[in-house]
Design a protein around this ligand. Structure first.
Ligand SMILES: Nc1ncnc2c1ncn2[C@@H]1O[C@H](COP(=O)(O)OP(=O)(O)OP(=O)(O)O)[C@@H](O)[C@H]1O
Length: 220
């Protein structure tokens, strides 16, 4: 079953007289339960693609379908509803509430999904290697800790589709291997994962590697 489809996505940015072609006709299909790594050089369009796939950004051309329903060109409220029921999202813009601790951020995300499970909060804090920082506020975390806490929040509600941008940036080797185990557990549970990454170790564990270059899929 196909979980997420992108049809011929185009995205252009205009800054003054400059025009950047971030996506130039990207098509991609993720099957339910697939673990896919999105790779490519800096500036190749990975983050832009993830934003369009989750409906946080609207493509200038093409469309996205999630769970068989079109996500693109709907109202912001409809996109937000579809996002909440399909995705866990970690993008470079971050997803933490600054006035909540790491634990409270994870708990809050679970609550939004109608869930409450303290053992799962403990397990997620452990998985991302933040046991010692679980009670720190988001504003008190380092860059790497912020990214790991953000990943725990993205995973909190056990989303059908996890979309994460560089989830293992700035993590030590032990944490990276725990996270890889977690992504493999998701795959065994039939959950779908798409990660943009510069990590060869992580990409090698994926079922499939999709390579972007200059806004196009170079290899899939
Ligand atoms: N909001 C924006 N306004 C103008 N240009 C943008 C914007 N967002 C992205 N771009 C440009 O679009 C291109 C693709 O950027 P994107 O962030 O998607 O690349 P990336 O592959 O994720 O890079 P990295 O690996 O460095 O995160 C780049 O040339 C970038 O400068």
């Amino acid at each position: 079953m196909t979980a997420l489809v992108a049809h011929e996505l185009y995205r252009f940015f205009h800054t003054g007289d400059d025009e950047t072609f971030a996506l130039r006709g990207v098509s991609l299909a993720l099957c339910a339960g697939e673990f896919v790594a999105l790779v490519g050089p800096s500036g190749s369009g990975k983050s832009t693609l993830l934003s369009c796939l989750t409906g946080l950004d609207e493509p200038d051309g093409g469309h996205v379908e999630v769970g068989g329903m079109r996500l693109t060109r709907r109202s912001e409220a409809e996109r937000a509803r579809m996002r909440a029921s399909h995705f866990g999202i970690l993008l470079q813009t971050g997803n933490l509430f600054p006035h909540l601790s790491v634990r409270q951020n994870i708990r809050f995300q679970m609550m939004l999904a109608g869930k409450s499970d303290e053992a799962r909060v403990d397990a997620l804090v452990e998985t991302v290697g933040l046991r010692a920082r679980a009670h720190a506020f988001a504003t008190q975390l380092s860059g790497g800790e912020t990214a790991r806490a953000g990943l725990a929040v993205a995973l909190a509600a056990d989303p059908p589709i996890l979309i994460a941008d560089e989830p293992t940036a700035e993590v030590d080797a032990d944490t990276e291997s725990r996270l890889i185990d977690h992504f493999e557990t998701r795959r065994r549970a039939g959950l779908t994962t798409l990660l943009a990454t510069h990590s060869g170790a992580l990409a090698r564990k994926a079922d499939r590697i999709v390579r972007l270059h200059d806004g196009r899929v170079e290899d899939d």
